[in-house]
Design a protein around this ligand. Structure first.
Ligand SMILES: [Zn+2]
Length: 114
């Protein structure tokens, strides 16, 4: 028999029928809880989920640009946090041999500081 103790429950495991939950634990809340991020590691600011565009790099080399990436973004310093499944999905996409939606050609310049 599955025993559930409120806070110890991982959000990912909350897919049992909603009739077994009390009001606070509706399926909708489960989805919301899955989007909760820890406070910013660098500045302690609030981190909220946003859909962002990622310049995916592999040892400094720009591999691909990925749109619609869900990431936790710090409201103070802008630091970005990615969940492990999102990172895995981006790795897979970066290696994909499928024809990309769009190709970009961008100028590369160097900053010379005196
Ligand atoms: Zn921050």
């Amino acid at each position: 028999m599955l025993k559930v103790y409120g806070t110890s429950l991982a959000p990912g495991n909350m897919n049992f029928p909603s009739t077994r939950m009390d009001g606070r634990l509706s399926a909708e809340n489960g989805v919301k809880m899955a989007k909760v991020y820890h406070k910013c590691h660098f500045c302690g600011g609030e981190v909220a989920e946003k859909m962002i565009t990622v310049d995916y790099r592999w040892s400094e080399k720009l591999m691909t640009v990925i749109n619609n990436v869900p990431a936790g973004v710090c409201g103070v310093c802008g630091e970005q946090y990615f969940k492990a499944p999102v990172v895995k999905a981006m790795e897979r996409l970066a290696r994909s041999k499928k024809r990309p939606k769009q190709m970009l050609k961008v100028p590369v310049r160097e900053l010379k500081v005196a």
